[in-house]
Write a protein that binds this ligand. Structure first.
Ligand SMILES: [Fe+2]
Ligand SMILES: [Fe+2]
Length: 338
């Protein structure tokens, strides 16, 4: 995997148009910041989610032709904040506030939240009857996160006290390959993409990803990049790890059913094993440890967990609905390799 360098995708409306036009100028020029952004459905707003995604990408990757100084340009940060406000409010509207008794044991509450959530039927569909073109679409959607797997949660590291920090590092060490770049989960995912005949280049499919997919990544980037949301990013990771083993087993089975071998399935098989261990560390040592040291963020830990489940469910519903209609779930379908 080479150093990251993405291209600016085509704009999807006035917000992304304004942002991309500004990014083509030197960062000292600054950009216009809207007072307020009116969006009927911020989670599915193509223009808002793409603009927010690219604003966050300045922290993760180089963008061709874009002055790196934009990352911390005050007007860019102001613009990003204007996008974050309606998105945060839309996510908050989906999330049930934590109950008082849940705060007494965040680890137990996380287990309850995850146990009560049946999870979307997407992985079951893929295991039993998903077609090759659907598998390719699923992998393209996930590439937005999986090619930078764990990076959004790593922003939390300097913000945690020793016990939750050690737990987070224990999980992240595995995610990043335990010293071996070939075992890094993002690299395993790139191998899956290549085995499926897809282009594993970071950011290659950005222009095809709909708002609901970008929202799943913007959610974690937003939580990760704001210290005030350290509870939420920890809860997000905990719920992510706790809901990962079963769907990943099914996706591995789906690939085997479609005739793919180890190169394609390794990423999924690895997660069946690893996340069974990670889920306990994440729920009890990371989330429970943070709640013990900073009880004032306990409610936000549970918020992050519930927000993950809601935003992921919305994404999964989009895929299933698109496929039921006989449509592609991407903005533009990918070619099925011959
Ligand atoms: Fe992973
Ligand atoms: Fe994991």
């Amino acid at each position: 995997m080479a150093a990251r360098l993405i291209e600016l995708p085509p704009a999807r409306g006035p917000l992304s148009e304004g942002l991309f036009a500004a990014l083509e100028e030197p960062s000292g020029e600054g950009m216009e910041v809207p007072d307020a952004i009116d969006s009927v459905d911020p989670i599915a707003d193509e223009d808002l989610q793409l603009a927010l995604y690219v604003a966050y990408e300045l922290h993760y990757t180089a963008i061709r032709g874009v002055d790196e100084g934009w990352e911390w340009a005050p007007s860019l940060i102001g613009f990003r904040a204007a996008l974050e406000r309606p998105f945060e409010a839309a996510v908050a509207a989906l999330v049930e506030p934590a109950a008082e008794e849940e705060l007494a044991s965040v680890g137990a509450a996380l287990q309850q939240i995850v146990a009560e959530d049946p999870g979307p039927p997407l992985s079951r569909h893929m295991e039993i009857e998903g077609r090759l073109e659907q598998m390719l679409e699923l992998v393209v959607h996930r590439s937005a996160y999986q090619l930078k797997e764990s990076d959004p949660h790593s922003w939390a590291i300097p913000r945690l006290s020793p016990r939750p920090k050690a737990a987070l590092l224990e999980v992240q060490a595995d995610e990043y390959g335990g010293g071996d770049p070939e075992r890094m989960h993002a690299v395993l995912f790139a191998n899956t993409m290549a085995a499926l005949g897809l282009d594993p280049t970071y950011g290659r499919y950005l222009e095809r990803l709909p708002a609901v997919t970008l929202a799943t990544v913007n959610l974690m980037s937003g939580f990760g990049l704001h210290r005030r949301r350290r509870g939420a990013i920890v809860g997000h990771l905990a719920a992510f790890e706790m809901t990962s083993s079963i769907p990943n087993r099914r996706y591995g089975n789906a690939l085997r059913r479609l005739g793919f071998g180890r190169e394609a399935t390794h990423f999924y098989d690895e997660h069946v094993e690893a996340d069974a261990v990670h889920e306990n560390i994440a729920a009890w040592d990371l989330a429970g440890g943070l709640a013990a040291d900073e009880p004032e963020v306990a409610a936000d830990i549970l918020f992050g967990a519930r927000a993950l489940l809601q935003v992921e469910a919305r994404w999964a519903r989009h895929l299933m609905d698109s496929w039921e209609r006989g449509d592609s779930s991407l903005c533009e379908p990918v070619a099925v390799p011959a």
